[in-house]
Ligand binder design. Structure first.
Ligand code: ZN
Length: 299
């Protein structure tokens, strides 16, 4: 990236409060055109969480945030004054202090880099053993082919971006019932397949309406091998919400739907042990705990 070469790196005042607070790191950086403020907001700074980073700068034509080897684009408000992005503290990141760098491209003049640090603590994740139909742990050749085709389809969907930010205000729970399966749990299926739970399970009666957690574009409505009837929404800046095991779906691929729209009903299709909603969140190729985004504020 051009921005990195010639840059004034301003690394400054840094305030890190305890985990558990909803916001914490702020950086104020004086620049030629005034002040640039960076602020982060989160539920916890631990593995699996989403962190919102806000940049207030009247001079930013565009901005990107580099964190943990990935680049996250900022979305801008209408006035071009406030910009935000979302990053994920991956499940497999080692606890520790990480550098984040905002690459700011001003309307005029040279690009600037502004650095700050995020101190991440370990998350706590339970383990469980689950029994499912044999076909989910020992699929046949034909089933393996289907699984691979679906993986390719999903890669294409997650690799396609929409311009800007489509969300409207904060994220809401898609159903109002109790979470019975937490994000990141280690799971052993039929004593054979070990995986991490890449979403949350919400135990709702079959037929309960499932609502879109925020406004976005419906990018997939399919019956998939593992996740059953599935709806995926793209909200912009690399963020997708995923709704699985539905008994039926009520939206069409390619449409933009408002937050709260009923997208389908709770069911038990795919690799499921009973009616529940598996709700997932994917951000720039990593899964994150969807409950962490519900705690964030969006203007
Ligand atoms: Zn699940």
């Amino acid at each position: 990236m051009k921005t990195r070469a010639s840059l004034l790196i301003i690394c400054l005042a840094l305030l890190i409060l305890c985990p558990g607070r909803s916001s914490a790191v702020s950086v104020i950086s004086p620049t030629d055109a005034g002040r640039v403020a960076i602020h982060s907001e989160y539920r916890r700074l631990s593995q699996g969480e989403v962190v919102k980073v806000t940049l207030v700068s009247p001079e930013a034509a565009s901005a990107l945030l580099s964190f943990d080897g990935k680049e996250y684009p900022f979305a801008s408000d209408r006035e071009g004054l406030k910009h935000f992005t979302l990053i994920v503290l991956r499940l497999d990141m080692e606890p520790g202090t990480y550098d984040a760098v905002v690459h700011l491209q001003p309307f005029h003049g040279a690009p600037k880099d502004i650095s700050f640090k995020l101190a991440m603590s370990p998350g706590t994740f339970p383990s469980s053993t689950i029994r499912v139909a044999q076909r989910f742990t020992s699929p046949t050749a034909a089933e393996i082919k289907r699984i691979q085709e679906e993986q390719a389809l999903l890669r294409g969907i997650y690799g396609t971006s929409v311009p800007g930010w489509l969300g409207t205000g904060g994220f809401v729970m898609p159903v109002d019932d109790r979470v019975t399966g937490v994000f990141g749990a280690r799971r052993v299926f039929n004593d054979e397949v070990v995986s991490r739970h890449r979403g949350v399970d919400i135990r709702s009666p079959a037929g309960t309406p499932v609502k879109a957690s925020n406004t976005g574009k419906v990018v997939l409505v399919r019956d998939l091998y593992f996740s059953g009837n599935t709806v995926i929404m793209n909200h912009g800046i690399g963020l997708f919400s995923i709704y699985c095991h539905l008994s039926e779906t009520a939206v069409r691929e390619g449409t933009v739907i408002e937050k709260g729209t009923v997208i389908g009903r709770v069911g038990s299709t795919g690799r499921s042990t009973g009616p529940h909603l598996h709700w997932g969140l994917r951000l720039v190729d990593d899964y994150a705990d969807p409950l962490s985004i519900v705690h964030l504020s969006f203007d």
